[in-house]
Design a protein around this ligand. Structure first.
Ligand code: C2G
Length: 132
């Protein structure tokens, strides 16, 4: 059984997230997703997600292509998560290209192209403009 792991915030869930998870799942037989905690998101982006952690996890877990979800508490724990979930492949969007090559000793590292022209930041911005 080939196990795949990927990570993300998946805030204001959109088609770019779906495309990433479907393609990640196709690279193996089992997909584990690390969903960034609210605190990790704050430390990375200086803002809390729109959807709280439990809701973001519930959405990701509900997808047919996802077998398992857990909370990603820290970027530094990637190696521990790869070992804990026995991942053979780490998949990330190409906005992270090169950033996770370090883990190539533990598993295969694959970067997939992002879906063009959709992002949580743009969605938040357009809602702000519509309501503003
Ligand atoms: N994504 C995509 N296309 C988009 C937007 C996002 O393919 N238009 C992908 C990202 O490349 C990522 C996944 O969807 O692989 C989740 O995206 P984010 O929620 O933006 O993830 P991020 O906040 O970058 O968290 O440990 C790493 C982090 O947890 C990654």
């Amino acid at each position: 059984m080939k196990r795949v792991i990927t990570f993300g915030t998946f805030d204001v869930f959109h088609i770019g997230h779906v495309n990433m998870l479907l393609r990640a799942a196709e690279l193996g037989d089992h997909l584990t997703v690390g969903v960034s905690s609210d605190e990790l998101n704050f430390s990375k982006k200086q803002r809390y997600p729109v959807y709280r952690q439990e809701h973001r996890m519930g959405i990701v877990q509900s997808l047919a292509c996802v077998d398992n979800v857990f909370v990603e508490e820290s970027l530094e724990l990637k190696g521990e998560y790869i070992k804990q979930y026995e991942a053979d492949v780490l998949v990330m969007g190409d906005d992270w290209a090169g950033k996770f090559d370090y883990w190539g000793d533990l598993c295969e590292v694959v970067y997939l192209p992002r879906t063009a022209e959709v992002s949580t930041t743009d969605i938040i911005q357009s809602i702000r403009e519509d309501l503003g």
